[in-house]
Ligand binder design. Structure first.
Ligand code: 3PG
Length: 217
């Protein structure tokens, strides 16, 4: 590619935050104050190393401690600011915020989460359909703001699962078939010339060592 020539795709990388002390035990939602565990901080440093091979042009993060903390080594590496983006925030889990997963799994409502997430709203909180709409709106706006760019978005498990399954064309009802682990990378490529086109899914939940080939896809 010649110097100054714009890439034909806008690359959006969705990175989940690193591990926290309660990963897999608690549904933290938007409760404030949750930071990364030591292992999570190591994961954040490693993901920055992985991303270093790409020409990253912007770094966005959900405005929560665990996502901003995860984004920091990447933003520092590229000398870019972390732009806090509320569209990438974790779901509002309402009354379930901060609950132990083991307790939630005993509730009859938990079965509804598994069977019909497309119809589920967290008590006094957000629905998965709302998460789907705001992720779609946010990614579409970022894609339009950064044509040809390589944009890294640090977000959360469910918003990324939903955005990826949406990009794959799967119905919301099936989004839980996508797994998104701590500090995993998923990548969507959008055509610059055809803004009406759906993204191509280049990578899902990746823990590969090198991302160098993404631009060649
Ligand atoms: O933010 C998320 O991805 C989920 O809320 C889970 O967070 P946790 O890994 O801290 O449990």
């Amino acid at each position: 590619m010649a110097v100054n020539e714009q890439p034909q795709t806008t690359l959006i990388l969705l990175v989940r935050h690193g591990q926290t002390p309660t990963t897999g035990q608690v549904l933290p939602g938007r409760a404030p104050g949750l930071q990364l565990s030591e292992h999570g901080r190591t994961q954040a440093a490693k993901v920055a190393e992985r991303l270093a091979v790409l020409p990253v042009t912007a770094v966005y993060a959900s405005p929560m401690e665990r996502t901003v903390e995860t984004a920091t080594p990447t933003a520092d590496h590229f000398g870019l600011p972390i732009v806090e983006e509320s569209g990438l925030i974790e779901g509002d889990f309402g009354d379930w915020t901060g609950a132990q997963l083991a307790d939630l799994m005993k509730l009859p409502a938990w079965r509804k989460v598994q069977r019909r997430p497309d119809k589920f709203r967290f008590p006094h909180g957000e629905s998965f359909a709302e998460i789907q709409r705001r992720m779609a709106t946010t990614l579409s706006r970022l894609r339009n703001q950064h044509p040809g760019g390589t944009v890294v978005c640090f977000s959360h498990a469910d918003p990324i699962r939903i955005a990826v399954s949406d990009a794959l064309g799967a119905p919301l009802r099936r989004f839980q078939r996508v797994s998104i682990g701590p500090c995993s990378v998923s990548a969507l490529a959008y055509s610059v010339a055809k803004p009406e086109d759906d993204p191509r899914v280049l990578m899902v939940n990746s823990t590969l060592e090198s991302l160098a080939d993404l631009r060649a896809t």
